[in-house]
Design a protein around this ligand. Structure first.
Ligand code: AGP
Length: 619
């Protein structure tokens, strides 16, 4: 959950190492933002600065006391796991002789015993962090071996848990060494310079050529070389890929916040996720799906594992895949999956949905599923991340970098990718004819324009949100695919506006939760199309009447032309007519806009809400 950047350039000291690292941290700040720091290798030795609070605090410290020109640098923006967010606990952490600096993302689970033995051996510690243990161990190994790569290899053999580590030593002006275990690290390839980062956003402004790093690998970068070795020190040929995001995509593009930008990116995120998925004859081709057709034909159960918003995307997928493929689909919260002794085997297809590809709960669930013999397909947005690397196949969403902590465009892209998976399986297993697949695909390809229409008409929702600035509780109701939409709408409001919100299956209301409804209680209701399963529509209209009869303020999301809801709705928010199963792609958008606008009206930071991090890389 921290942002990490490393840079090494020509052996002539300059401002570039600091500029590159600070620029990278600014783009990674969403990964954690409670403290930040940098270490630089200069002609007069190692120099460093670190501050609690946002990156801007560090920038002020560097302006007040500018470091010397450097040849290498590492930088870190933190989401605290061990030790409060203070100057002392901020990274980098230094060896006792002050000549080596290390930064870390993750959790070293055995740090206490390592720290105790170091203290028994006379070491003194300044911070409460697990990371400082590495600075001590690495320094000792370096003094012993005279080789930072060998020292890193040896130290990482004694660490348990999850870590990305970067280290510099003042005696090595053009070297940065990195290591990763259960935590992300990618290499950026430059001309006469090279980069390291938690994800490609760290260096996207300088290069789009990148290398994936695998589990337990150690990488050594100099201005003209990148050497990767495995845990045993044997050289490894890393896979190069080209980042298809440009630097501009990672900035706000004219919007006031990343959250607003990304809500408006959604038509493109869906369109891009659909791109290149069919051959000339209109057949679905999912070329990253490296699982044999015979295995996919033999699948008798699908289990979706994910967390948070990604899990709600999985819930939407359940309805679609079961309807199109007639395969039972279970949706499991990843952190529950592993501990409930799930019944999965070689005939189970496990689908891991994740924007970051680094959610530790989901990674651990993927590992458990594979140990049980299941094939794992990743639906992930971030190239070069851990989950695709540890899965049998990957279906990338193409939402582009999602910087705001609360997920929006990735959610729609995940749903879209899961629809593609369902249609592909239906095509492969013959549960839908080719013409049916083609017509559903055509409906999917019409969705970006429909999403755009909802965005173009969103002023009504924004005004509603601003008028409800003092609201303290909102309920969300939905049925069928509207139920996960209700859950997601509630999550957005919780995450962004810090308001108690709860999503329910509309049919569940009368079994207890309706006791919550009192006069004036705002209740969003996501209404299914009357052109689909009409009994579903009638039942949801009844649910609106039930809450309205108890004084609720009914805020109804209904498709164009649905007049049945009007007598019972205080506000009707219109969305374009859409096939029942595809409706979440439009019905969630007003709820995203509502949460974002209400939080903005409350003066809250919608890009970096309190207590949250973009990627939860600890269990
Ligand atoms: C979404 O708004 C939240 N930030 C959170 O629920 C997120 O969806 C969840 O942590 C999963 O993250 P992932 O998609 O990166 O795995």
């Amino acid at each position: 959950m921290c942002g990490i950047v490393g840079y090494v350039g020509p052996d002539t000291p300059s401002e570039r190492p600091l500029d590159v690292v600070m620029g990278g941290l600014a783009r990674l700040e969403y990964r954690g933002y409670d403290s930040a720091g940098v270490a630089l290798v200069t002609r007069s030795g190692l120099q460093w600065a670190k501050r609690a609070g946002k990156l801007s605090n560090l920038a002020v410290a560097l302006e007040d006391a500018p470091p010397e020109p450097a040849t290498a640098a590492i930088g870190h923006t933190r989401w605290a796991t061990h030790g409060a967010p203070t100057d002392v606990n901020a990274h980098p952490h230094l060896s006792e002789d002050g000549r080596l600096a290390v930064i870390h993302n993750g959790i070293i689970e055995n740090f206490k015993e390592l720290k105790d033995s170091l203290i028994a051996d006379g070491a003194t510690f300044l911070s409460e962090t697990d990371t400082e243990v590495v600075a001590h161990l690495l320094s000792r190994e370096f003094e012993r071996r005279g080789d930072l790569t060998a020292a890193m290899l040896e130290v990482t053999r004694h660490l348990e848990g999850a870590f990305t580590l970067l280290a510099v030593h003042e005696s090595l002006p053009t070297t940065v060494v990195g290591a990763r275990k259960n935590s992300p690290l990618v290499v950026g390839l430059g001309e006469g310079e090279n980069f390291l980062g938690s994800d490609v956003a760290a260096f996207i402004a300088h290069t789009r050529r990148a290398l994936e790093l695998g589990q337990d690998q150690v990488v050594t970068i100099t201005p003209d070389s990148v050497a990767v070795v495995d845990g045993d020190g044997a050289p490894v040929e890393a896979t190069e890929f080209t980042v298809d995001w440009d630097a501009s995509a990672a900035v706000k593009g004219g919007f006031a916040t990343f959250m607003d930008k990304e809500i408006h990116d959604q038509p493109k995120a869906v369109a891009d996720t659909l791109l290149g998925r069919t051959d000339g004859a209109g057949h679905l081709v999912l070329d990253e799906l490296r699982i044999s057709e015979s295995v996919l034909r033999s699948v008798d159960k699908i289990v979706v594992i994910a967390c948070g918003t990604a899990a709600y995307a999985g819930h939407v997928a359940k309805y679609a895949i079961e309807h199109w493929c007639r395969i039972p689909v279970e949706v499991e919260l990843a952190h529950e999956f592993r501990y409930r002794d799930p019944v999965v085997n070689e005939k189970t297809l496990v689908v891991a949905v994740s924007q970051s590809g680094e959610t530790m709960d989901t990674i651990m669930a993927v590992r458990h599923a594979r140990e049980q013999g299941s094939k794992v397909l990743a639906v992930v947005n971030t190239h070069g991340s851990t989950i695709p690397r540890e899965s049998d196949a990957v279906l990338y969403t193409h939402a582009g970098p999602e910087v705001a902590v609360a997920s929006t465009k990735a959610f729609l892209a995940q749903i879209t990718a899961c629809y593609l998976l369902g249609l592909y399986l239906a095509q492969l297993r013959g549960t839908k004819y080719a013409d049916e697949v083609r017509s559903t695909l055509a409906e999917l390809q019409a969705m970006p324009d429909k999403i755009q229409r909802v965005l173009d008409d969103s002023e009504q929702v924004r005004e509603l949100a601003r008028s409800m600035e003092d609201t303290t509780s909102v309920l969300f109701l939905g049925r069928h695919v509207g139920y996960p939409v209700a859950m997601e709408g509630a999550l957005k409001l919780k995450e962004l506006a810090y308001i108690h919100a709860e999503g329910f299956a509309a049919g569940e209301l009368k079994h207890g939760p309706i006791a919550l409804v009192e006069p004036g209680q705002p209740v969003f209701v996501i209404v299914p199309s009357p052109r689909g399963r009409d009994q579903l529509h009638a039942k949801v209209v009844s649910n609106i009447q039930e809450v309205r009869a108890r004084g609720a303020r009914t805020l109804v999301i209904a498709e164009d032309g649905d007049t049945a809801v009007e007598p019972f709705a205080d506000t009707v928010i219109r969305v374009p007519q859409t096939p029942t199963l595809l409706a979440p792609l439009v019905s969630v958008v007003p709820l995203q806009v509502f949460a974002c606008e209400l939080a903005t009206a409350k003066g809250l930071d919608v890009d970096q809400p309190r207590n949250l991090a973009k990627s939860v890389t600890v269990e």
